[in-house]
Design a protein around this ligand. Sequence first.
Ligand SMILES: N[C@@H](CCC(=O)N[C@@H](CS)C(=O)NCC(=O)O)C(=O)O
Length: 340
Amino acid sequence: MTQSTSIQEDQTNAHERRASGEFVRGVSGFRNTLGGPDFPPRSGRYHLFVALNCPWCHRVTLARNVLGLQDSITLDVAFPNRTGDDDPVGPNLWEFAPERIATLTGKPLAECTHETATGHGFRLAKQIYLAEGSSEQSVPILYDKVSHRIVSNESAEIIRMLDRHATELGSTISQEQRPRLYPQDATLRDEIEALNTLIYGAINNGAYKAGFSSDQSVYASAFEAYFQALETLNTRLADNRPFLLGDAFSEADLRLFPTLYRHDPVYYLRMKLNGARILDYPHLWRWLCRIYGLTGVAESNSLDHCRQGYFGRSWNRSIPLGPLMPMPYPKAYQHPELAL
Ligand SMILES: N[C@@H](CCC(=O)N[C@@H](CS)C(=O)NCC(=O)O)C(=O)O
């Protein structure tokens, strides 16, 4: 049994495992950091390329918002569905095409943008990598608009850099008011690392392991690990703990939120994680509503993009609209009292 870290999957025998039907996520290649001479933290210098249906991108849009960096770090949003087989460059590529029509709404999605940071107006995220001689193609990307270089494409490291340099990056929230996602305290850091390892392996990436693996035993063990981890976290939040670490919102909460936000309206069906709804875990549901109510969180994502992205190209392309009971989503996230 391979053991993922809190950031990425163990790549041992990745090729054979993929061949036998296991979904194995690749490793990000751009791992530079802000703070050195190459990438000094400056307001207005950096840019994020994201897709809103991507849970890893959701980590960085959450950090950008809760750290008050919306004005100092610009953002481009790709269309939720990647390119099709008829694309001249190739299939499965993130595209900056705000004119594309979403089957869910029959209209373009207002949040989608062109590529506005490189100066080339690239159509595809892949072209941003090609400009640096790389064959990678994933989002999110943290990009330097001065040196025209990719800083990082690893969300776990991007959120930590934004947290560490929020003041120099031009945060509009005072240090006293701003959450400290990764506090200095060594004990808290150990707790965060332990939670991150559980949450990345069993929940964030576990959801994909369940939904995208074509081997029943891989799916079944991912399904079990996922709901076991939800049970563990529901119990942890039972003793009147507003956040995973206690009274303060931290990186551990930020990394758990994108998956649970997608569970009832998307993953329950799309990832075959129909063991239960988050609504069935009262302490987790109240935690989800609490985070959703924090400043900047609701604006950091869109369920329309998630629904379009996860269902728009799968099954027969019609997109499930539920759940409607006890209340449509995301409106239900404003109602902690709905928990059973
Ligand atoms: N470890 C990366 C994972 C990023 C990732 O896998 N992004 C997906 C979107 S959900 C992607 O772009 N996959 C396309 C690909 O890698 O070709 C992170 O957390 O930033």
